[in-house]
Design a protein around this ligand. Structure first.
Ligand code: HAM
Length: 431
């Protein structure tokens, strides 16, 4: 026998009994279905885009100075024609590509879309950081109005709260307009330039390429230098237009009663952001990682060769959210139990049990036993599954054309013909 093959580190199987909480399927389902309910309830439409695209979509989308590109975190491969493709390291660029490709610009604006699914980043694996993870993503495209930013933040918070999460912190900032950022980066370059040798290796590269990212560095060395140099925050460099926009987002959030703190130093990892940027933090995930993040990206469409299409949206990391739910001890909704557990008492009853189950499904949630067992064993099994009724078919039942049905709570037992069984389960409420 060869070595048993295993999953790639940083990727995970998601199923009900998974050892680690974030990979349990019911947790996943709870998050995705709640998010879907909230977002559909707010009029957004579901979209599924491919999980791989031409590399350019992401290179141009997330930007050449983003960590994803600088640290070569994208999973890139060639198609047969030698064109480079990449697994999506985030969904926003794909959704903007789809918006342009399907001419959504002529639809009534804004076009509000959401999706969920796997995302791929070749990051070093640690708690809450994986190579394949999952996001719920929402995008509102076609209007540059702070109202949409406030709505996106409110919807994101609503998803977390509906799930039962209590201890959230929304950190709101602004990365300004591109010209503001140019001025800010120039200021940081001049500030950090003379100290480049004191910076971590990653940050030394950033002095030229993207000095703003130094502020967000996880290295203690960098943080010590930042504490010493005390750089002015991005917010101090906003031009009048970006400043007004930021103020309006704040006013709208106040009016909506959505709690947030303004973080004058907020820096996001993707290059496409302009003006509004935010992150949601949770103590259970640690200060250095976010539960979710979002922002405005007017200008991204043009980078992908499309017309100007302003947009704002957010991404929620599903695994990190699951960790936070576990930390807060949020109870999951119980899985539905079968109404009826049908058990064969002998070999010949196996197909009879299945045939009856198939007649009653899907109106009645029926599970069956696959191997013959004694009535006592079948009863135990039915109780274990939380069923309301247990039914047996054996030689005697076959001869009489009935099922022996027992109500597990009252203990009442009757022999019923299939028609009687149907009418028992027909009423709007099954006793
Ligand atoms: P992001 O901040 O890169 O934003 O990712 C959003 C969330 O995905 C993070 O806050 C985190 O919860 C989760 N996440 C990121 N990397 C990992 C990882 N390696 N393992 C586990 N979870 C991770 C975006 O992706 C933007 N597309 C959000 C957005 C949408 N902005 C505008 N529209």
């Amino acid at each position: 026998m060869g070595l048993m093959l295993k999953a790639v580190p940083g990727t995970n199987d998601i199923f009900a009994q998974a050892k680690e909480y974030p990979f349990r399927e019911p947790v996943f389902r709870y998050i995705v279905s709640t998010a879907e309910e909230v977002l559909r309830g707010a009029g957004a439409q579901m979209v599924y885009t491919p999980i791989f695209e031409y590399l350019e979509v992401f290179q141009k989308g997330v930007g050449l100075t983003s960590d994803i590109v600088v640290k070569k975190e994208m999973f890139v491969f060639e198609d047969r024609g030698g064109r480079l493709l990449a697994l999506r390291p985030e969904p926003t660029a794909s959704i903007v590509r789809a918006y342009n490709e399907h001419g959504m610009k002529v639809w009534p604006q804004p076009v509000r879309l959401f999706t969920w699914g796997p995302i791929f980043r070749g990051e070093r694996q640690q708690k809450g950081r994986y190579k394949q993870f999952h996001q719920v993503d929402y995008e509102a495209l076609g209007l540059s109005d702070p109202l949409l930013d406030a709505e996106a933040i409110a919807l994101m918070v609503r998803i977390y709260k509906t799930l039962g999460l209590k201890h959230l912190e929304v950190k709101l900032g602004s990365v300004g307009d591109p010209e503001d950022r140019l001025r800010y980066n120039q200021y940081l370059r001049e500030l950090f330039g003379p100290y480049a040798k004191d910076l971590s290796e990653d940050s030394r590269v950033r002095v030229e390429a993207n000095p703003m990212r130094i502020l967000d560095s996880k290295s203690e060395r960098d943080q010590a230098l930042i504490a010493e140099l005390q750089p002015k925050p991005m917010l101090a460099f906003l031009g009048p237009a970006a400043q007004k926009f930021h103020q309006q987002v704040c006013n709208y959030l106040d009016r909506l009663g959505v709690a947030y703190t303004v973080d004058p130093n907020l820096v996001r990892g993707l290059d496409y952001y302009v003006r509004t940027a935010w992150e949601v933090h949770h103590a259970g995930i640690g200060a250095k990682s976010a539960l979710g993040g979002g922002g405005r990206y007017d200008g991204l469409s043009e980078m992908l060769g499309g017309p100007p299409v302003p947009g704002v949206g957010f991404g929620i990391g599903i695994e990190r959210l699951a960790i936070a739910l576990e930390q807060e001890g949020v109870a999951l909704p119980a899985d539905p139990c079968p109404t009826l557990y049908l058990a064969p008492l002998d070999e010949a009853a196996k197909i009879e049990v299945l045939a009856l189950a198939e007649q009653l499904r899907p109106k009645v949630n029926v599970e069956i036993g696959y191997t013959p067992k004694s009535p006592r064993k079948a009863l135990e099994e039915a109780l274990k599954k939380g069923a309301r009724y247990v039914g047996f078919i054996g030689e005697d039942e076959r001869a009489r054309g009935v099922v022996t049905l027992k109500h597990l709570e009252t203990g009442e037992q009757r022999a019923l013909e299939p028609l009687q069984l149907h009418s028992l389960f027909e009423g709007p409420e099954i006793k």
